[in-house]
Design a binder for this molecule. Structure first.
Ligand SMILES: [Cu+2]
Length: 322
């Protein structure tokens, strides 16, 4: 094992080591210039922004516990649709095999629950997430390469869904000369350590496309949950417990369900869309169709140093639609 790989294995979200320099560079030259180097988003600033329907679509169907999607898809700006036909929340993280790593190494890492080796072998370019019986999408710029789509949400015993079958290899081929312009965004949000910067808190009902870029040094997600009628943001705060028992370095998502749910009818909120855990430096455009109601945005990824979930460090925002 070379030193780079060894260093990444020590780092629970290994890929951020290589991305950290890129993010610093982006800060030095201006974020737009840094992202342009990566070929994301603003490279096509002179082109007309497009609506979500104009991008090539890839449908990922999720059930317990498997994904169905084509084994080969074209690269470039692509609308990734997650159709959740299961009974619980799922996401579809598009993990690109790192330079110098192999698909076999990533698949070996996906045989166990520790995320260190997974992020040593691959980088998350993001992806959609959504609750049962629903469909949601993001638009992502897929570089050609070998990917594995995974779900890291744990079951009640803490076993990530990828170990139960939710992992599917996908080869991304060269981008066709399709839609080159980035989507028209209603909001541009930074997933920072540890806040949702510039996230709108009051919105009109309807379609919103949020451009979300991970400008931090850790992996972040942007889950959008709709509260059941009558449930307040104060209720949400009361039921979200920091998870001090989480082992630093493990991507364990805290269970947001209260210990004693009053009606035992599950958590009083529903995952309607957002961006799955995504490595630093990447951008996803989340396509959100919002009905009137109360919502919140949240990140469950834990801080490797303390084990505290990011929502306890500031990545929790109330949203009002109506
Ligand atoms: Cu986060």
């Amino acid at each position: 094992m070379d030193d780079r790989l060894r260093a990444q294995q020590v780092d629970p979200f290994g890929a951020r080591l290589s991305r950290r320099a890129a993010v610093r560079q982006a800060g030095a030259f201006g974020l737009a210039a840094g992202l342009a180097v990566r070929g994301i988003g603003r490279t096509a600033a002179q082109a007309t922004p497009a609506s979500a329907e104009e991008y090539p679509e890839v449908v990922v169907t999720a059930t317990e516990y498997r994904f169905d999607l084509p084994p080969t898809i074209p690269g470039g700006l692509t609308r990734l649709i997650l159709r959740n036909e299961g009974a619980i929340d799922h996401h579809a993280m598009f993990m690109r095999v790192n330079e110098g790593a192999t698909l076999a190494e990533l698949e070996a890492a996906l045989q166990q629950p520790d995320f260190g080796p997974v992020f040593a072998a691959s980088t998350s370019v993001g992806g959609p997430e959504v609750g049962p019986g629903r469909e949601a999408s993001v638009i992502a710029d897929l570089e050609p390469g070998q990917y594995v789509v995974i779900c890291v949400i744990p079951d009640e015993a803490g076993v990530p869904h990828y170990m139960m079958g939710m992992q599917a290899p996908v080869e991304v081929t060269a981008a066709p000369a399709a839609v080159a312009a980035p989507p028209a965004a209603d909001a541009t949000i930074d997933l920072a350590d540890f806040r949702f910067e510039a996230m709108p808190m009051r919105l009109a009902p309807g379609r919103h496309v949020w451009e979300a870029t991970n400008t931090g040094e850790q992996v972040h997600e942007m889950i959008v949950q709709r509260q059941a009628p009558g449930v307040t943001f104060g209720d949400i705060l009361a039921m979200l417990q920091p998870a001090p028992e989480a082992t630093p370095g493990e991507l364990v998502e805290a269970d947001p369900a209260p210990a004693a749910s009053p009606a035992a009818a599950g958590p009083p909120f529903e995952l309607i869309g957002g961006v799955a855990p995504m490595s630093p430096g990447f951008t996803n455009w989340a396509v959100l169709d919002l009905e009137a109601g109360d919502y919140f945005a949240i990140c469950f990824v834990p801080d490797p140093a303390t084990g505290a979930p990011h929502f306890a460090l500031g990545m929790l925002m109330p949203l009002t639609v109506g």
